[in-house]
Design a protein around this ligand. Structure first.
Ligand code: KG4
Ligand code: ZN
Length: 343
């Protein structure tokens, strides 16, 4: 294999991102630039992502993101070997904005175009950051996704289980809303939990009594709602300490369930080289430490990408594009944007 330089674009949720990565002949990756233009401020007053607003912002900002990514890498488009773009799954307006931009760039330059599955981008990140060898077990935990994947190759994923309702990030966001904390809820709940007692409120550990690696988080969110209402009824308002205790207890429940199901997933995965995590929820320190311990029990390396590569970014898309290109896969200008695209 020779050295390849890939421009990546990502716009499937609420971050407009572009990045340039280089994959050396020996398979190691280098991030030359990683630009993320966040939309949080645009959605803040609505308490969640508004798809139409997201789509417009992506369409307005994607060119700027690409320009910055190339400038920061000190390269021109002509120095790239291919253009990789998230083609799904995600909010279709945003995915379309990225795909149309990538098609324009590919048509203008004649460079190969590669449509990347957003989940594959997250799942292949440990290869970019740690040079992980196939097969490894990946726990993908984000605002929209929660699944255990055995990653056997750049385009070979075995799903061992996943959430049957909400994703954990979604649960963090909903709990934050219930408790009057800002969005995104994960970091807000984690900060609040720091001054709370994780044993103060007894919350369920959903699906632990069921065999296999499936998870559920919607009942947990409802249990927090009930505990909140009971506390409000008793005190005529939610005492500050109670809010912190609820956050700590909720975070501990999510952590316990994810840790135990990870143990089972590792047992089911067979021979793997590592246990890796990705997705925005992997930013949670208490969860990371619990998962690190689970990997340790199995005598496996624990691979957790740096935060900027856990949350949505285009470096992971560029990297997945590099792996696809190497495997001889490329798309043409008929590439479709897909709202749903299971791995
Ligand atoms: O991967 P990501 O950036 O976007 C996708 O969902 O694809 O993940 C965002 C999610 C949000 O739900 C956010 O609340 C959650 O990750 N999150 C966290 C933390 N930081 C972000 N959840 C728990 N603890 C955190 N520290
Ligand atoms: Zn994501």
């Amino acid at each position: 294999a020779q050295e390849t330089t890939i421009l990546g674009l990502e716009s499937s949720c609420d971050d407009t991102a572009a990045a340039v990565i280089r994959r050396a002949a020996d398979g190691t990756g280098t991030i030359l630039s990683n630009v993320v233009l966040r939309q949080d401020a645009l959605h803040a007053e609505f308490g969640g992502i508004v798809p139409e607003i997201a789509a417009r912002a992506h369409a307005e900002k994607i060119d700027l993101a690409v320009e910055r990514a190339l400038a920061e890498a000190g390269l021109g488009l002509g120095d790239c070997d291919a253009i990789a773009v998230t083609a799904g799954p995600g909010l279709i307006g945003g995915v379309l904005a990225g795909v149309m931009c990538a098609k324009g760039l590919a048509a203008a330059t004649g460079l190969p175009l590669i449509g990347v599955n957003h989940l594959a981008g997250h799942a292949l990140t440990p290869r970019l950051t740690d040079g992980a060898d196939f097969p490894y077990l990946m726990l993908l935990v984000s605002g929209g996704h929660c699944q255990f994947l055995r990653v056997d190759g750049p385009d070979a994923f075995g799903r061992l289980g996943g959430t049957i309702d909400d994703a954990p990030g979604e649960a963090f966001d909903k709990v934050a809303r219930l408790l009057g904390l800002p969005q995104p809820g994960g970091p807000a709940v984690e900060a609040e939990a720091a001054s709370g007692d994780p044993q103060a409120v007894r919350l369920p550990r959903p699906l632990l009594d069921r065999a296999g690696c499936d998870l559920s988080f919607s009942g947990l969110k409802t249990a927090v709602l009930r505990a909140r209402d009971a506390a409000v009824g008793e005190h005529g308002g939610l005492p500050r300490q109670m809010r912190a205790d609820l956050c700590a207890s909720f975070q501990a429940a999510v952590r316990d369930v994810l840790a135990e199901k990870s143990r089972r997933a590792l047992a089911a995965a067979g021979d793997v080289t590592a246990f890796a995590v990705a997705g925005g929820v992997a930013a949670n320190r208490s969860l990371r430490e619990a998962l690190r311990a689970v990997a340790g029990e199995a005598a496996l390396p624990f691979l957790a990408p740096p935060l900027a590569l856990c949350t949505d970014n285009a470096a992971m898309i560029a990297w997945a594009g590099a792996e696809a290109l190497l495997a001889g896969r490329r798309d043409d200008l008929t590439l479709a944007a897909r709202p749903r695209w299971p791995l």
